[in-house]
Design a protein around this ligand. Structure first.
Ligand code: AMP
Length: 279
């Protein structure tokens, strides 16, 4: 595995691979890697000849300074995991390398109603930050295939729009959520859960399963009220638990024939967890 810290070197190397007819699969991450990240890497090797992974804790997507400062960093372990995977190239840029002078004058994007709901509403500016870093990463790597996790479902919808806005020729593949044996969706932030909180954390998945098992026989207002109660009884502070259409993420009050998704965000102690399930 080759490690690049500078975009110039990476761009030149990727150009040389392209002239050999190689296709590129790309997995952007913020590190503290786990099986969820590894599943994206595994999937990449089915679609492209070369797998590029990036680790960059992007300051512009954190709406909460404390969350940024406490974001887990485990570079040594990450590199070991990547060496054992099918990753060919790791991109490890600094903030200066990614943004340079643009950090003081960042561009903004228009995503319409999708940016106003759920993660967009509870984390103001988050998707602007995600887009700022994704634009730069995509323009450096120019992957044929981009792999992202359903865990951050709204993010995948935003990035799909961004790809169209930027007119980049990249196929986005959304990969399933990888879970711990008790159902908790794997997440780098899980490392910050206390032992007691970790024991309760799978309650977020149990609430989603309750909604999935009951949405056909229970009115949505009662269904979601019960789901929120389940979470509150386990010690969560719920930001949202909602059923939405899976394309625009607008809230639904009753079942529709098209694809529906149940989305949740809740705090356990000082850790914010998100999860979702298709109904
Ligand atoms: P992050 O490092 O948290 O920014 O995540 C990098 C990528 O991994 C994103 O596309 C996430 O959606 C994806 N990801 C994170 N957790 C999981 C998981 N449990 N299962 C599948 N993909 C995941």
């Amino acid at each position: 595995m080759l490690i690049f810290k500078e975009k110039k070197g990476l761009e030149a190397y990727l150009k040389s691979l392209r002239t050999q007819g190689k296709t590129i699969g790309f997995i952007p991450t913020m590190g503290a890697l786990h099986e969820g990240h590894l599943s994206l890497i595994k999937e990449a090797s089915k679609h492209a000849g070369v797998t590029v992974c990036s680790i960059f804790v992007n300051p512009t997507q954190f709406n909460n300074q404390e969350d940024f400062e406490r974001y887990p960093i485990r570079l040594e372990e990450d590199i070991k995991m990547l060496l054992d995977s099918t990753t060919d190239i790791l991109f490890l840029p600094s903030v200066e390398e990614m943004y340079g002078a643009t950090i003081g004058n960042l561009e903004t994007y228009s995503f319409g109603p999708l940016e106003k709901v759920w993660e967009g509403a509870y984390r103001p500016g988050h998707f602007q930050g995600v887009s700022q870093v994704m634009k730069r990463l995509l323009e450096i790597v120019h992957p044929e295939v981009l792999l992202m996790g359903q865990k951050d479902y709204q993010q995948t919808l935003i990035v799909r729009i961004l790809i169209n806005l930027l007119k980049i020729n990249t196929q986005l593949i959304t990969c399933p959520i990888i879970r711990e044996p008790d159902g908790l969706a794997m997440s780098s932030r899980n490392l910050r859960l206390s032992k007691e909180a970790r024991e309760k954390a799978a309650g977020i998945h149990r609430a989603l399963i309750y909604v999935k098992d009951n949405f056909q026989k229970t009115p949505f207002n009662l269904l979601l009220k019960n789901g929120i109660l389940l979470l509150e009884n386990e010690g969560f502070r719920v930001e949202y638990l909602v059923v939405a259409d899976s394309t625009g993420l607008q809230k639904l009050d009753s079942p529709v024939p098209s694809s529906m998704i149940c989305l949740v965000a809740a705090w356990l102690d000082s850790i914010r967890l998100i999860d979702n399930v298709f109904l």
